[in-house]
Design a protein around this ligand. Structure first.
Ligand code: ATP
Ligand code: MG
Length: 552
């Protein structure tokens, strides 16, 4: 199922053809995030595509921060983005910032003015929108569009010098207010923002707009294939216009593909930031977040994310992927790697009344049910154990084969035990289950005398360590929240986090580090939480349950 690099798609075909025909000798792609938040799994799709193409065709990929909006951007985001790209397994050939090109962009804007292709406009944002028209109504010429070149040069320079307040003036491209493509109706190319920029500080108080900046950035870097998401398709004529009219030496090509949408997920930095700011999650790396940092802390692996991105492929049409598909690749990746251990998440004391009080024996348990080479380990077994509450029923329902008074089950890797009686508290809740064990039935002894219908896991009460287990459900309830017209904050799942105090066998984790992966028998795949684990307290995140009904 895993397919490194070989998945065919229309963009790959374009690249292959461009190399074959000699249009390019080498391809250069770029991943251009705006540092206004942490990366999410949607970005992973773009990363895998851009870096994957360069890897496959021996080209280059630039990591370029599209930092043209100082108000929303921050170096914290720059650092997290670098870390996430590396963690996903990719390395950039060059690291650039759009802000590195502010001088050149300014010069190109001046060039447009000199050519009579740009003008300073004093309309308010509101008016500009009104004048722009709609899909069916053509736009109206701005009263400022006939300003002379000299006046525009003077005003633009004074905008740069800080003589005007935010919103007082903008620089607009002069294209075609009657164009059927609204993007071509004299788009804004520079706006005033008296804000400190994370890179250029207070040097600038005018900033280029995305539609103007992006094609220039691509041209400056010699990007051969500028891959972006589908919503920019209608911006492509503008992209080409800026490259041409700004007289860029290199002509890059924009290619659009469908963005990744996933069920039960919001996929936008702006929305994810809201979840952080509203403290609905404990940070950008909350294990319920679809951010790369969140997935990492949750225990997802770069391999699983890469394989998922390759499998969903690259298409021209938008679609929504079932989030369980990612889990499929996750299980596939974790299965051979995770260390097997026993843990009890909702403990119930089990006492083996005929087992000697001062005795402990070691029973042998496999380390990885799917990998014999992982060997076995010895786990302590004694008179008092913990089992899962749900593995005992005082009055069993039909077809319940686990423990109930009079019934016998196997304790995994150890013996048959038979329930004799229970201890209850004053409210009638069972606090202890009493059993007897049969020494003849030890696992591996070849005992064939009789059979039991269930095997349950357990931990030794004396030696097990207390641990916290954090179980997750989707943070967003609806399957396609963004299409329902509801604000996504109304669709937060109030039960997305369950925190349990249980026990885990000692042997398995004594050397465990944050982010180590475990398969806890019957309970799922878990990782050691990197935020809450301390030397006093072990905290595990459930990465994913063991099975799913999802079929690829
Ligand atoms: P967001 O709304 O989350 O901020 P964005 O598209 O504005 O997303 P950028 O930081 O500008 O985010 O994006 C960097 C790159 O990642 C762009 O090339 C963009 O097309 C791509 N990208 C962003 N979201 C997705 C997605 N859901 N699927 C595929 N590619 C995406
Ligand atoms: Mg954005």
């Amino acid at each position: 199922m895993s397919m490194e690099n070989t998945t065919s798609n229309f963009i790959r075909n374009i690249v292959a053809e461009d190399l074959q025909t000699g249009k390019h000798n080498e391809i250069i792609t770029r991943f251009p995030p705006e540092p206004n938040g942490y990366l999410h799994v949607g970005h992973a799709k773009s990363i895998v595509l851009n870096f994957g193409l360069a890897d496959e065709f021996k080209g280059k990929t630039n990591l370029r921060f599209d930092d043209t909006n100082p108000v929303k951007e921050d170096t914290e985001y720059v650092e997290s983005i670098k870390e996430d790209v590396k963690w996903l397994g990719f390395d950039w050939d060059n690291l650039y910032f759009a802000s590195d090109y502010f001088d050149e962009m300014y010069d190109r804007a001046v060039l447009l003015i000199k050519k009579g292709k740009a003008y300073v406009c004093d309309l308010t944002a509101e008016q500009i929108k009104e004048y722009r028209g709609t899909l069916t109504v053509p736009g109206t010429q701005s009263p400022y569009s006939e300003r002379s070149v000299e006046e525009n040069l003077d005003l633009f320079e004074r905008m740069k010098k800080g003589e005007f307040k935010d919103g007082e003036k903008v620089l607009r491209a002069k294209i075609d207010m009657a164009s059927s493509n609204i993007n071509m109706r004299d788009p804004i190319i520079y706006r005033i923002a008296h804000a400190t920029h994370h890179n250029t500080g207070d040097k600038w108080c005018i900033y280029p707009m995305y539609d103007f900046a992006h094609p220039l950035e691509d041209a400056i870097e010699g990007i051969t294939h500028s891959i972006c998401t589908l919503e920019f398709e209608a911006h492509r004529p503008l992209y080409d216009w800026f490259v041409r009219e700004c007289e860029m030496a290199y002509i890059p090509r924009q290619i659009e593909f469908a963005r990744l949408n996933m069920t039960n997920t919001v996929m936008s930095k702006r929305k994810l930031k809201l979840l952080v700011d509203e403290a609905i999650v404990d940070g950008w790396d909350d294990p319920r977040m679809p951010t790369i940092a969140g997935l990492r802390r949750r225990g997802y692996t770069p391999e699983a994310i890469r394989n998922f991105c390759r499998e969903i492929g690259v298409a021209k049409g938008d679609s929504t992927v079932d989030s369980q598909m990612l889990d499929f690749f996750l299980r596939e990746d974790l299965q051979p790697k995770a260390v097997l251990a026993m843990a009890v998440l909702k403990p119930l004391k089990l006492v083996i009344t005929n087992y000697p009080e001062d005795q402990t024996e070691m029973v042998e348990v496999e380390n990885n049910a799917n990998n014999e080479e992982a060997g076995t380990r010895l786990v302590p077994f004694s008179r008092e154990l913990y089992i899962e509450q749900e593995d005992f029923m005082e009055e069993p329902v039909k077809k319940y084969f686990r423990l109930f008074p009079g019934n016998e089950v196997r304790l995994k890797g150890a013996y048959f035990v038979k329930c004799t009686d229970v201890v209850k508290d004053e409210n009638g809740n069972v606090t202890e289950v009493h059993c007897t064990y049969d020494p003849e039935t030890k696992s591996g002894s070849g005992f064939t005398g009789r059979k039991v219908k269930a095997t349950i896991h357990w931990v030794d009460a004396q030696t097990a360590s207390p641990a916290e287990f954090r179980l997750f459900e989707p943070l967003i309830l609806d399957d396609a929240p963004e299409n329902e017209g509801k604000h996504f904050l109304e669709q937060i799942n109030p039960h997305s986090l369950e925190v349990l105090d249980g026990y885990i066998e000692n042997a398995a984790f004594k050397d465990a580090m944050p982010l180590d992966k475990f398969q806890l028998v019957r309970n799922g795949f878990f990782t050691v939480d990197s935020k809450y684990t301390t030397s006093e307290k072990l905290v595990f995140n459930r990465i994913v349950s063991l099975k799913s009904s999802f079929k690829l």
